[in-house]
Ligand binder design. Structure first.
Ligand SMILES: NC(=O)C1=CN([C@@H]2O[C@H](COP(=O)(O)OP(=O)(O)OC[C@H]3O[C@@H](n4cnc5c(N)ncnc54)[C@H](O)[C@@H]3O)[C@@H](O)[C@H]2O)C=CC1
Ligand SMILES: O=C(O)C(=O)Cc1ccc(O)cc1
Length: 307
């Protein structure tokens, strides 16, 4: 089976990118969309992110056979609950949230009669809103699908094919494993970026504007990440609390070990550690996951991002 009518709830970076990607790669599918913000609805319609933008979520999902929730993690339940009687019984419900266990629970409680197969495209930027989306966002990126133990295998394979058609490489995982892996590869790096940029800003009294002046160095990379959407990232940390705290504990121990190596002058320890991390970076690039490649999507898409 394949989908014929896809409804997208939340027309920001993710929802907008899905809408544009479907129009480019799956032109036979009709797309509808809804966003809570009237301004975002108007902008989404102006950019043609989906074929039809509706003023109510009910109208957007009424005829859909796939409904994808693309709202912040903490808004999934409240976005889905009013649609319980409106989403067709045969429709598949999915989402793109950055954490999976808490969102699966929220969607399951809001839509107890529907089949839900959560997903997470590991593809994004620091930009958000309807101006941030672009059709190539998912190309050569992972999309992690976290089906419940008992699921409809036809609908699961249709969802996998959908994401593959948008250019993603699909991986199936349990939600628990997803949340642990993403805690260390995505959530913790964002927390570290938010911390270092805040710390440097707090020190501005001491450094007298030099943080901004010399931010062309490594600090600049952190400021990009730390410019990510505050609502979304508040929700990510609150919705993946256990895994983030576990990884943060490990990180703190490792940071303390490096701190000690500096204090006692253990150059071998520092060198060995840095050599190991350099090798990791190089292996990522060899696997073709280098974000600095030209088509990653920062600056090569139309529309100015809200930031
Ligand atoms: N930003 C990123 O790089 C990535 C984000 N994600 C996930 O995708 C989801 C959406 O994130 P973005 O598209 O980046 O956010 P965004 O802020 O660009 O878009 C979210 C949209 O949802 C709308 N919205 C909020 N509450 C709503 C509701 N109750 N009903 C309808 N619309 C509502 C907002 O007005 C906004 O337009 C989040 O769950 C996030 O964890 C996943 C992968 C990457
Ligand atoms: O902009 C970046 O570097 C990102 O890491 C984007 C991102 C943000 C959240 C996700 O769940 C997945 C990808």
């Amino acid at each position: 089976m394949s989908f014929e009518r896809v409804a997208i709830i939340g027309l920001g970076l993710q929802g907008g990118s899905i809408g544009l990607a479907v129009q480019e790669y799956l032109p036979g599918i009709a797309t509808t969309g809804y966003d809570l913000s009237p301004e975002n609805r108007a902008r989404a319609a102006g950019r043609g992110l989906v074929h039809a933008v509706f003023d109510t979520a009910e109208d957007a999902v009424r005829d859909a056979d796939l409904v994808i929730f693309c709202v912040p993690p903490g808004a999934m339940g409240e976005a889905a609950a009013p649609l319980r009687e409106v989403i067709p019984a045969h429709a598949l419900v999915s989402d793109v949230g950055s954490s999976k266990q808490a969102i699966a629970k929220a969607l399951g409680e809001a839509l107890p009669d529907h089949l839900i197969i959560p997903a997470h495209p590991v593809a994004g930027t620091e930009n958000s809103g309807p101006d941030a989306g672009f059709a190539h966002l998912f190309r050569n990126r992972w999309c992690i699908v976290t089906p419940p133990v008992q699921t409809d295998l036809l609908k699961l394979s249709a969802l996998v094919e959908f994401w593959e058609a948008l250019g993603a490489n699909v991986e199936i995982m349990t939600p628990e494993h997803h949340d642990l892996v993403l805690a260390v590869t995505s959530h913790l790096p964002h927390l570290i970026a938010y911390t270092i940029v805040g710390t440097a800003s707090d020190l501005e009294d001491v450094t007298q504007g030099e943080v901004i002046k010399y931010s062309a160095g490594g600090f600049r990379d952190f400021t990009r990440i730390a410019a990510s959407d505050p609502t979304m990232w508040r929700d990510v940390f609150l919705s993946n609390k256990e895994a983030v705290l576990t990884m943060l504990q490990r990180f703190t121990e490792d940071l303390t070990a490096l701190q000690r190596a500096i204090r006692v002058g253990d150059g071998d320890m520092l060198f060995d550690h840095f050599a190991r991390t350099r090798a990791i970076r190089r292996s990522i690039i060899e696997e073709g996951q280098d974000d600095s490649r030209p088509d990653f999507g920062r600056g090569d898409h139309e529309g100015a991002a809200k930031g």
